[in-house]
Design a binder for this molecule. Structure first.
Ligand code: 5GP
Ligand code: 5GP
Length: 207
């Protein structure tokens, strides 16, 4: 099929739970904000489960264009494994350059992702259902999805790795209105999971 790379059907807003990665790996996170999900990315997708990526190599990431967003990017979109700038550069070139039909500029892409992230606060929804980080407590993935549905009216997809919460994905149409994800395409969910509390080593002890 010959599709224009910038035409797509919907967005996935992907947030990560850094407590899982950082409990097992050396982790580059600098700040512990407690029960707080961080952004992984906003990814254009096709309804058939595939997606466009790396749509325009000439559209290079330029951090200077994001100066007014820098404080919020550093706190809401940090990398757990690399420099923050490399992470943003990767997300821009892989997914942002495919979103130009909706977000014509790098600044509009990043500022809209931050806006969606603020509007759909995951920890706030989970906390209302008493779903909080705990080393031992086992939750059902369904209970997390239900809690988010109760708060925002749409079902996300809950992703796990090694029976720990890794990411929560929400679906948005191209007007940025959320809708319930079709799990058939983006499953990779698990039945049961823990939400390990985020613990960061003191700065001097980091690898
Ligand atoms: P993983 O294999 O860790 O699930 O995904 C690796 C990378 O593939 C992600 O960082 C993302 O860039 C891309 N990816 C995985 N699944 C999807 C998807 O459903 N939609 C889009 N747009 N990208 C995806
Ligand atoms: P994706 O290709 O799935 O959009 O993004 C995943 C890539 O970004 C991985 O190759 C990983 O090396 C890099 N990366 C840098 N920081 C992070 C982070 O905090 N979380 C995740 N999932 N990937 C990160």
């Amino acid at each position: 099929i010959n599709r224009q790379a910038t035409k797509f059907d919907y967005f996935l807003l992907v947030r990560q739970w850094p407590g899982s990665y950082c409990s097992k790996h050396s982790c580059t996170l600098l700040h512990n904000r407690g029960y707080h999900f961080t952004i992984h990315g906003l990814w254009p997708n096709y309804d058939d489960g595939t997606w466009p990526q790396f749509c325009d190599a000439s559209n290079k990431f330029d951090e200077d264009k994001l100066e007014d967003l820098m404080d919020e990017l550093e706190s809401e979109w940090p990398s757990t494994m690399d420099s923050d700038e490399n992470f943003w550069e990767h997300e821009w070139s892989k997914h942002g350059t495919c979103s130009v039909g909706i977000f014509p500029t790098e600044h509009s892409y990043f500022s809209n992702v931050l806006k969606l992230h603020r509007r759909y606060d995951l920890a706030a929804a989970l906390r209302k259902a008493d779903i909080v980080p705990d080393k031992h407590k086992v939750y059902r993935a369904k209970d997390l999805a239900d809690a988010i549905h109760d708060e925002y009216g749409v079902r996300p997809v809950v992703h796990c790795y090694d029976k720990e919460l890794s990411e929560i994905w929400m679906c948005f149409d191209k007007d940025l209105v959320p809708y319930s994800c079709d799990e058939a395409h983006i499953g990779n969910t698990c039945q049961q999971l823990t939400i390990p509390p985020l613990r960061l080593l003191p700065e001097g002890d980091r690898p």
